[in-house]
Design a protein around this ligand. Structure first.
Ligand SMILES: *Cc1c(COP(=O)(O)O)cnc(C)c1O
Length: 385
């Protein structure tokens, strides 16, 4: 394993799988085999069947574990597969406390799938520790966090929630998709399970759907391994390779995009067409100091509110650079409309409660020239009049 003394920027490139042990190849080999020959009845190798384990997947799993300062990583067919497999640690009668502005797909899984299996939940404002405490019952087994939250970028006090969870003997899960281990390492703050949609910043190129989970404790690792193999929603070897390829530039991409996001957020703040800007890197954001105390940056996603749906429509149709799409975390900037995209699965009254209005747009900043991006929004805002 690479020495911990090196920064994540270096460890992204120089980790234990940086060269292939047999050939010295500087790219991890893609191993498509579904099964593995065993030397004898009493002499089984490391791999037997590819759902249980595959060397390309193992390389990715070890790399994400190392970057998150965990012991064991798990790669899944999607972020939702990583999250739902993690939630399978719960059983009938258990209760889940979950952040109220959670990712739409996680909302759907919690409200429409877990409930069918007798697993109940309470949505809370995860920034309010007292409210979280009130929601904990004797049956509560897990607390699920997402910070910054989507799309209003609220910041959860990770250390305080972890302490609360320890007091009540609950597992903590944190969806680290928006930050990546470049900007936030929740296991270091005491979180039990980190989950990712690697479809976003980790892969980074809008060309693969994948999920990851990381733990640092042996019992949890055994439990996740068992569930990954039982549920079977594993990531295929080609996609594992694509994620590892994307990860090599993750540090550079995250930092460049975050710098641009901050400039855009500042520019939006002064614009008369913009009612509200949500970006934790702005000094007037309520979670600014808290975010600085637990993360190495504010990330590359921001949201802003225009007057209404009509203004949104004009802007979306006038911008030339960002793609207008579901998703985030790519080399190209992505503009999305949460009310109709990521949060469509959420009923309108639930959306309203969370500030996901018809005027809200979310921008995931890519690698374009930031002045070009600002210029593009400027001309688009001019259409609103
Ligand atoms: C996209 C996303 C997910 C779901 O991941 P998929 O790879 O689309 O299944 C979960 N959480 C967050 C925060 C996301 O942005």
């Amino acid at each position: 394993m690479m020495s911990d003394q090196f920064s994540i920027q270096t460890r992204l490139l120089h980790h234990k799988n940086k060269t292939d042990a047999t050939t010295g190849a500087v790219s991890v080999p893609i191993q498509p085999a579904s099964t593995f020959h065993q030397k004898g009845l009493d002499n089984f190798g490391d791999y037997d069947y590819a759902r249980s384990g595959n060397p390309t997947r193992k390389a990715l799993e070890d790399t994400i574990a190392e970057l998150e300062n965990g012991t064991d990583g798990f790669a899944f067919a999607s972020g939702m597969a990583a999250i739902s497999t993690t939630f399978m640690m719960l059983g009938t009668g258990d209760h889940l406390v979950i952040t109220d502005d959670v990712y739409g797909g996680t909302f759907r899984f919690t409200t429409e799938v877990l409930t069918r299996h007798g697993i109940d939940h309470t949505f809370v404002d995860m920034t309010n520790v007292e409210e979280v405490k009130q929601a904990i019952k004797p049956e509560t087994k897990m607390i699920h966090m997402e910070t910054p939250s989507n799309p209003t970028m609220k910041i959860t006090p990770i250390r305080e929630i972890v302490q609360l969870a320890k007091d009540y003997d609950c597992l903590t899960v944190l969806d680290n998709t928006f930050m990546t281990p470049v900007l936030q390492r929740p296991l270091d703050l005491g979180v039990d399970v980190v989950v990712h949609s690697a479809t976003k910043f980790i892969g980074g190129h809008s060309d693969v759907v994948a999920g990851l989970a990381v733990v640092k404790e042996a019992d949890l690792a055994a439990s996740m391994k068992f569930l990954q193999n039982s549920f079977g929603a594993i990531l295929g070897p080609n996609d594992c390779w694509l994620i590892m390829r994307g990860m090599k530039t993750m540090h550079t991409r995250m930092n460049a995009s975050s710098d641009s996001a901050e400039k855009i957020a500042q520019w939006l703040t002064g614009h008369p067409a913009v009612k509200e800007v949500y970006y934790p890197g702005l000094k007037n954001h309520p979670g600014y100091e808290l975010n600085r105390s637990q993360s190495d940056g504010a990330g590359a996603v921001l949201s802003f509110e225009l007057a209404d749906r009509a203004a949104v429509k004009k802007v979306v149709e006038a911008v030339e650079i960002p793609v207008f799409a579901v998703s985030l975390g790519a080399v190209e900037s992505i503009l999305s409309y949460p009310a109709k995209m990521s949060h469509e699965a959420m009923p309108p009254h639930e959306r309203a409660k969370r500030g996901i209005t018809d005027g809200l747009l979310r921008l995931s900043v890519g690698l374009e020239n930031v002045e070009d991006l600002i210029g593009d929004f400027k001309q688009a805002f001019n259409r609103i009049g």
